[in-house]
Design a protein around this ligand. Sequence first.
Ligand code: SF4
Length: 277
Amino acid sequence: MTSSDYGANDYGTGATGASIESEAEGPGGAGSDGVGVGPMGTLDKVADLVRNCTDCPLAGGRTNAVPGEGNPQADVMFIGEAPGFQEDRQGRPFVGPAGRLLDGLLASIGTNRKDVFIANMVKCRPPDNRDPAPAEMAACTKYLDRQIELVNPKLIVTLGRFAFGRYFPGEGITKARGKLREKDGRKIFPVLHPAAVLRRDELRPTMIEDFKTISEILEGGTEETVEEPGVTMPEAPQTAQLSFGDAPGPAAVSAPQAETSTVNVEEATRPEQLTLF
Ligand code: SF4
C-alpha cells in the first residue's frame, strides 16, 4: 500500500462527508429500518452522493465516479479495490479485462453480475492506477459501509489484498484466500484479484476453485458456525436466490490470456494492473 501525503482525518468528512454527518438522522435517515430516507437512505442516493463527491483528491482526476452496481438484495457482494481506466470511462465497476474474467467466473457458478452486487473500496480512479492511499480509503469508506448495510449480503467476497485488508489488516491474501472468515457479524470470503489472475495464468485454477467454494457456501446457507481463522464450508442444500444448478463449469471461464510474471501474489494487483485496463 502506498503512503499518502494526506492525513487519515483530512478527508474523512470533506464537503460531501460533512453534509452527511450534519444530518441529524444519520447517514441512513430516520426510517425504522434505516432504508429509504436520509442522504444515504437508498443505494441510488449513495450513488448520487458518490458521483458528486469531492471528499478526497481522487475527485480531481476522475472522468466518472464508479459507485457500484448490481442486485440491491444480493446474497453476495464483491468488493474490489478501485476503478481502472475502463471503469473510469464508463462509470461502472469491473468492465475491463479483469471484469470480463469476473463475469466468466460468475458464469462458472451459474450466476451473473445482475444477481450480485459489485463495488470498490474507493469510487474514483487513482492516477495511473496507483494504490489507493489510506486517507482516500478512509474518506470513501462511508459509501461502501452504507452500501453493505443496505444490500446486507449473506456473504462478502473480497477481491484482492486491499479489500481483504479492510477486514483483516496486516494479513496476507495468499494464505487467506479460499477460507471463509467472519468479522463483525459478516461472513467474509477472500479471493485473489482477477487482475492478478490475468497476469499469472497458473492462478486461474485456484480462482475457479475459490468460486466453486463461493457457490458451495451460498448453497449451504450462511447459518453455519464459522471458526477463526477460516474454514471451508461443507456442501449443503441449495438456497433460492442464486441458482447454480446449471453452472457451466470451469471451461466457461474465458478471459484474455495472462502475462506471466514473477510478482508475488500478495503484491500482484498493483501497479502491474496498469497494463490490464
Ligand atoms: S474516491 Fe470516494 S471519497 Fe474520494 S472523491 Fe471519490 S467518492 Fe469521494
